[in-house]
Design a protein around this ligand. Structure first.
Ligand SMILES: [Zn+2]
Length: 124
């Protein structure tokens, strides 16, 4: 009896310690976790894999919007764009570029006049 009660107390104490350790850890990971767990991203077909590709392309292009850079402006990129529609080119890195929201909206707006299709790049 005594022994059982002691282990229950020890166990609950251990659980408190464990929770504290977890909350400390999630403090530093919160941003990444919230992006990874966002249900809308995976329901659109863009999950962890896309996030990794996006990070890679943003890094490759220096974090600046490529179309803006072509016009001599240095605008921080917030997303990654398919240069050609995805169904024509696949998910090749060469077909991806960092882009800012303004250029992205301008581009998808123009594309929308031709065809409202599944080729619209992810907006997040
Ligand atoms: Zn731009």
């Amino acid at each position: 009896m005594l022994h059982t009660r002691w282990s229950a107390e020890a166990w609950s104490q251990a659980r408190v310690e464990f929770k504290r350790a977890l909350s400390l850890r999630s403090e530093t990971q919160r941003v990444g976790d919230s992006q990874r767990c966002r249900p809308s991203a995976s329901s659109r077909g863009y999950g962890e894999a896309w996030r990794k590709i996006r990070d890679r392309i943003l890094k490759r292009d220096g974090g600046f919007c490529v179309p803006c850079k072509d016009e001599g402006r240095m605008t921080p990129a917030t997303m990654v764009d398919h240069i050609k529609p995805k169904h024509l080119s696949g998910g090749d890195d060469a077909n991806l570029r960092a882009i800012c929201r303004r250029c992205h909206d301008r581009k998808t707006g123009a594309e929308g006049r031709h065809a409202r299709s599944s080729s619209t790049p992810p907006t997040s």
